[in-house]
Each structure stands twice: as structure tokens, then as C-alpha cells.
Ligand binder design. Structure first.
Ligand code: NAG
Ligand code: NAG
Length: 554
């Protein structure tokens, strides 16, 4: 090869390399310098005019204004910015979920408070100070309901059973003051076993249980769903970019600058392929996420269905008053039966003067009644519509995220042949990839090992499944925490509340009682009552009478 041939070759190469350079003249780096310092970086070492770009490792080689250091700096910047955008998008979803959580939580607790206040007012008004020593029975019921709702590991049916047992005990003792002090634990235990057959409270316990348990399971699962969904968004939005994704993002966002094409926007399909590649694992959340949202929408709409949630919550005082009235009406028959079954003192003086009086009035009995006002019905409807529309908005979040991140940042369709395609200003020919990891096998922009799904995201997909399962069960009135059957998901059938599925950060409303371990029909309080049985308070005796007179008057 002689010298002229070498010279020709060299000049050919340089002509081809400078093809982008208008007229072969060396271009100034003024634009890049301005852009670079605008990003807050020092201009030390930034060339004044284009240099040959063999050193570039991400951006296409050829004449460039970017040094190796600039390329690395911009690459790091592109990663921080992209991760910031993903987190930002996630934060707006989290904020929406949190707002819905707070709104629903407030609504539900206000219902419960209203229900409890109503019950208390009705009893206090008539009993005054005499109500107080017995108020604990009712207060504990509401406290347990709140704790259950906030995620405590309680069996709601047991809570209700215990409540009726305690109420029965109080009423039994009050009905027969002469022997009240002689009522033993054995007797009371036997009496409680007889409630199934003797049904001292009539239908009230059963009617309360079926509807209340269902409503509480649904409300609790719903609030947990809002919480879990927000947590999942937070965790997934923090998953770091892969190295390959970082390269692709750099090429998409800042290589045009290095190439002297800073004003050229990326081609839309090019951007989509980069995003779909980078967010491939995230898109795999789609199926389970949609299913969760779908189930939550169903649960939300169940709140308004008959009997509506406010009706159910306010049925607590209604059913309790029903129960007490039933008990009063049937006190003689009931006590004689229960003494026959559980003790030998039934045959003696059955009709005491005390149980006679309420009986005379029994014909005029009217119970408490709750009719939802138009205002409360409207409030519930607003709740449901509000949360539903917010949930619908985020139903396709994961699948829409790649396009959302491209929107506003890409070339318009009229410039489809004059956009940044990763190499130069032209059109972008590859087709747009499908969603999710498995569809990225031929992604031309992001190299991904589709056999290595992101672990964090897999875990979140699992949590979505568990939460959906919980909500579906709630729709059927089942609380998965208390299912005996084992299911596919570890921990969910064990009766404990895994901490990522619990609503956290709220302490029980009523203090010391909250730590009571296991619910037994004869709790410490009952023992105490028995221990001091010889000085049974007149208030206990009066309670039944006054309850009756109070309720009769309504
Ligand atoms: C870019 O980020 C990597 C990894 O965080 C870091 O080691 C490197 O120093 C950064 N380079 C520049 C120029 O900021
Ligand atoms: C409900 O009542 C409790 C105390 O009885 C109170 O601490 C709480 O703030 C009330 N909640 C709402 C939502 O009204």
C-alpha cells in the first residue's frame, strides 16, 4: 500500500465520520456547554468544539462534544432523573391511596363512634350513674370491634359470643338477686352452653352476627387493601435500574446532546421500547394489580348494598335492645329452664316480684330502631363513588407507566422521520415490544435476561395475590385469618396477622383492656364480680329493671 492510497483511505474515513458535520467544518460545542453547565456541572474539560468520539461507551461514536467523564456524569444523571420520575409517579398513586385510606377510616370510625354514642346515650339517659358500672360490657364490645377493624388478631364471632355471655351473666344475676351471689362459675358456664338451645336473647345474637361480621371483615380487608396497595407501589417504585436500562436511558435522553442533536426529541416508539425494557418487571404486576383493584371495587360497592354499612353498624344498639327485651319477656321461662338444666334451685320460688314487673309492661314494648337518614345514605354513596373512581384511575397504572413516562418528551408523529432514534436524527424502525418481562426477549434497546425476574417485584406480586385472595374471601364473608383450611399462601391461614398485611400505626382506642390475651367467656372482670359476690351492687340488680323500663318507654 503506497502513501497516496493511505492518504486517500484516511480522508475517506474522516469524510464518513464527519458526515453529520455540516460542510465538514468542525462545529462548536456552545450548545452542549450551555446545557451542561445548566445542569449544574463544571465546564472544566468540556471541549470548545467537537472532538472525535472513539472514547464514548454508551453514545454512538463519531464527532461529539462529550468526553468520557461527561458521558459518565450524564449517564449517572439520567439514572437519578429516571428513578426520580418513577418514584414521583408512584408517589402520586400512594398519595391517592393514602387519602382514600384516611377518608374511609374516618368514615368508618365515625360510624362506630356514632353507634356507640347512641347506645350509651340511650342507656345513660335513663340509668345515670347506675349505668356506669356496667358500661364496660358495651364499651369492651366496641373496643374489640375497633381493634378487629384495625387489624388485630381477633376472632369476631368469639368477640360477639363473649359479649352476649357477659350480658347474659349480668342479666341473670340481676334477675334473681337472692341467689345471684350463689351463682357459680360452673353454673354460668353451663348456662352459657345452654344458650344455643334456650336462646335467652331470641334471634338478636344471630342476626347481629351474620351481618356485622360480614361488614367488619369487608371493611377491614378493604382498608388493608388500600394500605397494602400503597406499600406495594412504594416498594416497587424504589427498585433500582439495571445497568442495561441505565445505558438505554442515557442513550435516549442525553446522547442526542453528545451527538450535537440536543434539540431533537426521541422517536415515540424508541422511547416506548426503552421504557418497556426498563420497566419490564414492573409491568408484570399488571395482572395481579388489576385483579386487586377489581376486587376492591366489588368490596366498595358491597358497602352500599343492602343492608348498607351504616345500617349494619347502627344495628348493634338495635340488636342489643332487642336482645334485652326478649330476655326480659322470657325471663321466667328462661330462668326456670336454665336452673333445671344447670342447677337445682329452679323449682323454688320462680316468679320473684322483680321479674314480674317488667313482664306486665311487656305488651307495650318497642325496640330501638335505626333508619338511615337521606344524609347518611348520601354520605355513604359519596364514599363509595369517590373511592371507586380513584381506584379505577389507577387500575392500569403499571401497564401505562412506560407510555406515561414518554408522554410529552418525544417527537410528534409528524416528525416521525426526523426524531432521535438512538443513533441519529431519522425514523425508528423496530416495532414496539409487548408488555412485561417475557415480551422483552427481542427488545432492541434494553438487554434483559428474561429468565431473571426482579425478586422484590416477584414478592410484591405475591402480596397482591394474597391481598386479592383476602378480599375475595371477604366478599364471601370469610376472614382468611381465621380459616382452618390451609391455602396456597403461607401464613394467611394461621390466624396471625402478618405485619405487611396489617394496618399499622394505630393503637387501640381503649387502653389497658386492649392487651387482654385470649378471649374467654369468663374473663378477669367476671371473676372479680364473682369474688365480691356477697356485696353485689344494687346497680346490677337495677340494671335489668331500668334497662327494661328505659327500653319500654321508647
Ligand atoms: C457514576 O455513578 C457510579 C455508581 O454510582 C459512581 O461510581 C461514579 O463515580 C459516578 N461517576 C460520576 C462521574 O459521577
Ligand atoms: C371516636 O371516638 C374516640 C373516643 O371514643 C376518639 O378518640 C376518636 O377520635 C373518634 N373517632 C372519630 C373518627 O370520630
Amino acid at each position: 500500500m503506497d502513501l497516496t492510497a493511505v492518504a486517500l483511505l484516511v480522508s475517506l474515513i474522516s469524510v464518513s465520520l464527519s458526515a453529520d458535520n455540516a460542510g465538514g467544518k468542525v462545529r462548536s460545542c456552545a450548545d452542549v456547554r450551555q446545557f451542561y453547565s445548566g445542569k449544574g456541572f463544571t465546564l472544566n474539560g468540556v471541549p470548545q468544539s467537537e472532538i472525535s468520539g472513539e472514547h464514548l461507551r454508551i453514545c454512538p461514536q463519531g464527532y461529539t462534544c462529550c468526553t468520557s467523564a461527561m458521558e459518565e456524569t450524564l449517564s449517572n444523571l439520567s439514572r437519578r432523573e429516571f428513578e426520580g420520575l418513577v418514584r414521583e409517579a408512584g408517589r402520586s398513586i400512594q398519595a391517592s391511596l393514602n387519602a382514600q385510606y384516611r377518608t374511609f377510616d374516618t368514615y368508618f370510625l365515625e360510624l362506630l363512634n356514632g353507634s356507640e354514642r347512641w347506645l350509651e346515650e340511650a342507656f345513660v339517659a335513663a340509668l345515670g350513674d347506675l349505668y356506669r358500672p356496667n358500661a364496660g360490657v358495651f364499651r369492651d364490645l366496641y373496643a374489640d370491634l375497633r381493634r378487629y377493624y384495625s387489624g388485630a388478631s381477633l376472632n369476631l364471632e368469639e368477640v360477639l359470643d363473649e359479649f352476649w355471655m357477659r350480658l347474659l351473666e349480668r342479666l341473670l344475676k340481676a334477675s334473681d338477686p337472692e341467689t345471684a351471689s350463689l351463682l357459680s362459675d360452673d353454673f354460668l358456664e353451663c348456662a352459657s352452653k345452654q344458650t344455643e338451645t334456650l336462646r335467652p336473647f331470641g334471634d338478636a345474637p344471630r342476626e347481629l352476627k351474620t351481618k356485622l361480621v360480614r361488614a367488619f371483615i369487608a371493611a377491614r380487608a378493604f382498608i388493608q387493601g388500600l394500605n397494602v396497595a400503597g406499600e406495594i407501589v412504594r416498594k416497587v417504585s424504589q427498585v433500582p435500574l439495571s445497568l442495561e436500562c441505565n445505558r438505554a436511558i442515557m442513550k435516549l435522553v442525553y446522547c442526542p446532546h453528545c451527538r450535537g442533536l440536543g434539540s431533537v426529541k426521541p422517536c415515540i416508539n424508541y422511547c416506548k421500547n426503552v421504557m418497556k425494557g426498563c420497566l419490564a418487571n414492573q409491568a408484570d404486576l399488571d395482572t395481579e394489580w388489576q385483579s386487586l383493584i377489581e376486587t376492591m371495587l366489588q368490596v366498595a360497592s358491597s358497602f352500599g348494598a343492602e343492608p348498607s354499612m351504616d345500617t349494619v353498624i347502627y344495628s348493634i344498639p338495635v340488636r342489643i335492645s332487642d336482645a334485652v327485651l326478649t330476655m326480659q319477656e322470657n325471663m321466667e321461662i328462661y330462668t326456670s329452664k336454665v336452673f333445671k338444666a344447670c342447677g337445682d334451685r329452679g323449682e323454688e320460688g320462680t316468679p320473684s316480684s322483680i321479674s314480674e314487673e317488667p313482664k306486665k309492661k311487656a305488651s307495650t314494648v318497642t325496640a330501638l330502631e335505626y333508619k338511615p337518614s337521606p344524609k347518611s345514605a348520601a354520605r355513604l354513596e359519596v364514599q363509595v363513588t369517590d373511592v371507586s373512581s380513584k381506584l379505577k384511575e389507577m387500575q392500569f397504572y403499571w401497564i401505562q407507566l412506560p407510555s406515561a413516562l414518554c408522554s410529552g418528551k418525544t417527537a410528534s408523529s409528524t416528525n416521525a422521520d426526523k426524531c432521535w432514534n438512538g443513533i441519529t436524527k431519522a425514523s425508528y424502525l423496530p416495532e414496539v415490544m409487548g408488555d412485561g418481562l417475557a415480551n422483552q426477549i427481542n427488545n432492541p434497546e434494553v438487554e434483559i435476561d428474561i429468565t431473571k425476574p426482579d425478586r422484590t417485584i416477584r414478592q410484591q406480586i405475591m402480596l397482591l395475590k394474597i391481598m386479592s385472595n383476602r378480599l375475595k374471601n371477604a366478599l364471601d364473608g370469610n376472614d382468611v385469618d381465621f380459616q382452618d383450611t390451609s391455602d396456597d399462601f403461607s401464613g394467611s391461614g394461621s390466624g396471625r396477622c402478618e405485619d405487611h398485611l396489617c394496618v399499622r400505626g394505630r393503637s387501640p382506642v381503649f387502653g389497658p383492656k386492649a392487651d387482654r390475651p385470649k378471649l374467654s367467656p369468663y374473663g378477669p372482670e367476671n371473676k372479680r364480680v364473682k369474688g365480691s359476690g356477697n356485696q353485689i351492687q344494687p346497680s346490677v340488680i337495677l340494671l335489668a329493671l331500668l334497662l327494661a323500663t328505659l327500653l319500654l318507654r321508647r
